[in-house]
Design a protein around this ligand. Structure first.
Ligand code: AHG
Ligand code: MN
Ligand code: MN
Length: 339
């Protein structure tokens, strides 16, 4: 008997679609590179495993008593939540035994860490991540995420930090996991953006979209308007313009959740400089750069002031930046007022 209103032909996974897991997507990508050693694929599979573990911990957070803060502040001077620590440890444990990982760098650790000193066969990589983005949302069941950026390891670099300080345009791959009403994995290796959804009943990420494109327009802006009076004048003029032109405001307070909405529905996400954070609040290397790569790969734009985010040459691992990213035309509207 058919379920009224449920059109399987129209559903994301119709019965005629081939089922592709994240794992098989990664393996088929590897087969397209005749010289691939598999290191890169092992890293992605470690990230996929981390995502499943973190997702499970978040889903049970209140039941397992891991809500709330620990008696600690991180390198950013921000209070760590218990789940910030758990997510960080999960990523370090999953990536720790993968031969292709030379260095990892996390929002929660002051210095990049060397994971493998001895060169194995093949290319080695640096993996940078924000283990839990939007962690202040956890206690209220709001969306949170994990963001990652993968760079080639520079074996000539004299310190781990020197190896990771590369402009975002040099990222080999980037992505995020959103632990929302479902858990989604969004990923690019520089040839379009793919979207996977975790099916918890089988423990696998299933592909539901390839070559995602951000709508070129979308009358929604996403920023913390509580800071409006301390934004530079150009951003305030943009908000005046948007509000007199019928725009809606949407703000989850977690970059991953806000950017995911912009990716699927269009609009613009912005975190301008403020009086409290004159260089912007978000971190260039493991928040802005990976999101900028995803957004550009999906046909959108990503700027720090008037410069493309991906062209900013980082000076320190934890440096901050302002951010304007999203639909092509909507970013242009902001830049017209700010530039
Ligand atoms: P994190 O939880 O990793 O420190 O990141 C929080 C970030 C980002 O996710 C979000 O867009 C922004 O902070 C929210 O900041 P405000 O509370 O200042 O709006
Ligand atoms: Mn974050
Ligand atoms: Mn974080």
């Amino acid at each position: 008997m058919e379920t009224p209103g449920l059109d399987l032909e129209q559903s994301a996974l119709s019965q005629r679609d081939n089922l592709t897991t994240l794992q098989s997507h990664i393996l088929s990508g590897e087969q397209k590179h005749p010289n691939a050693t598999g290191s890169f694929s092992w890293i992605l599979s470690a990230l996929s495993l981390s995502a499943k573990v973190i997702s499970a911990k978040i889903r049970r957070a209140r039941l397992s008593d891991v809500l709330g803060a620990v008696d600690n502040v991180n390198v950013q001077g921000e209070r760590q939540q218990k789940l910030d620590v758990i997510a960080n440890e999960t990523l370090l444990r999953c990536l720790g035994n993968r031969a292709g990982v030379a260095i990892v760098a996390s929002e929660e650790n002051e210095e990049p860490m060397i994971l493998q000193r001895t060169a194995g066969d093949g290319q080695r990589y640096c993996v940078l991540f924000d283990p839990l983005d939007g962690s202040s949302n956890i206690d209220t069941c709001g969306g949170v995420g994990t963001i990652f950026s993968i760079l080639r390891h520079d074996s000539k670099a004299s310190t781990p930090e020197e190896s990771v300080l590369q402009a975002g345009a040099r990222q080999v791959a980037a992505g995020y996991i959103l632990y929302g009403s479902s858990t989604v994995f969004v990923y690019t290796a520089g040839a379009g953006v793919s979207l996977f959804v975790l099916d918890p009943s089988i423990g696998a990420f299933l592909k539901v979209g390839d070559d995602l494109k951000i709508p070129a327009t979308g009358k929604t802006y996403s920023c913390n308007e509580g800071n409006r009076l301390t934004f530079p004048a150009g951003y305030q003029r943009y908000l005046d313009w948007a509000q007199t032109n019928g725009y809606s405001s949407r703000y989850a307070g977690a970059m991953v959740a806000d950017v995911h909405r912009v990716l699927l529905q269009g609009g613009v996400f912005l975190y301008p400089p403020t009086k409290k954070a004159p260089d912007g609040k978000l971190r260039l290397m493991y928040e802005a750069n990976p999101m900028a790569m995803i957004v550009e790969q999906a046909g959108g734009k990503a700027f720090a002031g008037t410069q493309r985010i991906l062209e900013v040459q980082p000076k320190t691992l934890h440096q901050r930046t302002s951010v304007v990213l999203g639909s092509r035309d909507e970013v242009d509207h902001v830049l017209k007022h700010v530039g």
